[in-house]
Design a protein around this ligand. Structure first.
Ligand SMILES: NC(=O)C1=CN([C@@H]2O[C@H](COP(=O)(O)OP(=O)(O)OC[C@H]3O[C@@H](n4cnc5c(N)ncnc54)[C@H](O)[C@@H]3O)[C@@H](O)[C@H]2O)C=CC1
Ligand SMILES: O=C(CO)COP(=O)(O)O
Length: 492
């Protein structure tokens, strides 16, 4: 981060995009901390009302400093600012970024405080902004935590997290937003922070629905705890840091949203539990209910990553498929009995920590696929050369079902036996199941693969993986040996 861009001669300045309750609560806090605050809104009547009354209709009893400037001109809000902050509801983040794009300078710090995941792209909101602005010099920060606008606007103690891959930018935002009543922490797990922010809203809908049905604190505590387990499971598969989920943006925000009378998601859920339709509930709340917006992406992510998320799925059935809330809760309770998540083994922890590292992290990951039945020196030659292309070798091992259904091939050794053999080869770091031809594209992303390796009998057939960012290498096979040959020779 170039420090000189932050050295502005006068007061520190911020342009806030969005004049809802959260944008305005932060505008008030920052203006009271002597920051120069400009608030942009897409709605001219909102700008008119705020600049004449200095009152926000959804934050009654809160007065806003007259120093705050209001505008409908996004160029004015984005020009010459230390920070530009996105505070519009998630569905408007992309269109607002498109409007702001011409006025964003290099090295700009951009903070997002909205919580959600875009429905069609499954991008988190800093990813959406990054996608639109398409400028490598920008610093994108997610600012998130258990922070109801109604309390921040009244100066009540609050803690929040400034998350950015660039520590200097995270610290800059930490300092900028620290106030006598707001304590700001840093974190570099941006994806984890944003996944937490989006998913906790869905769990809060569930908590509200439960309350609306007349269920008590026990049910709410169960939903919070099991909801957190669902968030952690998905986060773990995506590669987020486990600790994030027990932090302010995970457990903290989940607690506040599932228990507070101020929560829009909790309120909407309550109304749905009492029998209102989701549309009626959203209308009655009168502010954005992000849990509903986040449902399509959450469901898709759970299905794509094959993560069990029963609470999220149940809320989706109620909100989007018209399932009766009472029946839905009964179905949730009647599921197969199981244990609470077991502690991962030391090996799992190690694998997780390796696989979480993204490409360009310095560790080069290689993947290869095959059946590896009757493991022989030709296999070992291939595995050794594959490992030499990087630091960490993953083997996608064809399952017995896949071999039988797709290749009409029956192995001598079972999948578990073949897996055990491969795991004892010193070149192999991880064995994963290969269950379908088309999983390779997904694996390349999920395991942050740099190099895809196959024997040269497959030459040309996997070149399409280069589009996914992996280098594709075909290694010459050891000519005189193969499993088929061994079987044939033994049958002589
Ligand atoms: N309210 C809260 O306590 C907190 C909210 N958040 C997040 O902040 C985001 C905003 O939430 P709120 O301020 O509560 O929402 P809100 O419902 O109060 O925001 C409505 C605002 O959206 C803006 N808007 C309306 N139509 C627009 C358009 N076409 N284009 C651009 N902007 C438009 C307007 O300024 C309007 O006032 C959400 O993602 C929410 O999850 C995060 C933390 C706390
Ligand atoms: O994110 C929030 C509090 O941290 C706001 O949650 P609600 O949108 O449910 O009010």
């Amino acid at each position: 981060m170039k420090e000189e861009n932050r050295d502005m001669p006068d007061k520190q300045r911020i342009g806030i995009l969005g004049a809802g309750t959260w944008g305005m609560a932060l505008a008030r806090m920052l203006a009271n901390c002597d920051k120069e605050v400009t608030v942009w809104s897409a709605l001219p009547q909102e700008v008119e009302q705020l600049s004449t009354t200095h009152i926000h209709p959804k934050l009654p009893g809160v007065d806003f400093p007259e120093t705050i400037r209001y505008t409908t001109d996004i160029e004015e809000a984005c020009t010459n600012q230390n920070i530009i902050m996105f505070a519009v509801p998630s569905v408007f983040v992309r269109s607002t970024a498109e409007k702001a794009k011409p006025y964003i300078k290099d090295n700009q710090i951009i903070v997002d405080v909205a919580k959600g995941i875009e429905a069609d792209t499954f991008m988190t909101l800093t990813e959406v902004i990054e996608d639109v602005l398409d400028n490598d010099t920008l610093h994108l920060v997610a600012l998130s935590g258990p922070t109801h606008a109604e309390e921040v606007a009244r100066g009540l103690p609050t803690a929040i997290v400034s998350a950015c891959k660039n520590l200097d930018a995270a610290k800059y935002v930490q300092k900028f937003f620290s106030s006598p009543f707001m304590r700001v922490y840093t974190n570099n797990d941006v994806k984890g922070i944003e996944i937490c922010g989006a998913l906790k809203n869905i769990i809060a809908l569930a908590a509200g629905i439960s309350g609306g049905l007349g269920y008590g604190d026990n049910a709410r505590a169960a939903l919070i705890t099991r909801g957190l387990a669902e968030m952690e499971r998905l986060g773990g598969r995506i590669g987020c840091t486990p600790h994030t989920f027990s932090g302010l943006t995970g457990m903290g925000d989940l607690i506040v949203t599932c228990t507070s009378e101020f929560s829009r998601n909790n309120q909407a859920g309550h109304l749905i539990g009492e029998g209102k339709t989701p549309a009626e509930a959203v209308k009655e709340v009168g502010m954005v209910v992000e849990g509903i917006n986040a449902l399509p992406a959450a469901v898709q992510l759970a299905e794509t990553y094959k993560v069990d998320m029963p609470i999220v799925m149940t809320v989706n059935k109620i909100v989007n498929e018209g399932l009766n809330p009472k029946d839905a809760v009964n179905a949730l309770l009647q599921r197969d009995l199981k244990s609470e998540t077991p502690l991962p083994s030391i090996n799992d922890v190690f694998e997780e920590s390796v696989l979480r590292k993204t490409r360009k992290s310095g560790m080069k990951r290689v993947i290869t696929y095959g059946t590896f039945d009757l493991l022989h020196y030709g296999h070992i030659n291939l595995l050794r050369r594959a490992k030499e292309l990087g630091d960490y070798l993953i083997v996608g091992l064809s399952t017995d079902e896949f071999n039988w259904n797709e290749k009409q091939k029956k192995c001598y050794f079972t999948y578990e036996q073949r897996k055990q053999l491969l795991e004892s080869v010193r070149y192999v770091d991880l064995v994963i199941p290969e269950c379908a031809w088309d999983q390779k594209r997904k694996d390349v992303h999920e395991y942050h693969v740099d190099t895809f390796v196959m024997g040269d009998d497959w030459k040309g057939q996997f070149d399409f993986l280069e589009e996914e960012g992996a280098e594709v290498v075909y290694l010459p096979r050891t000519p005189e040996i193969s499993t088929t040959r061994i079987k044939k020779d033994l049958n002589k």
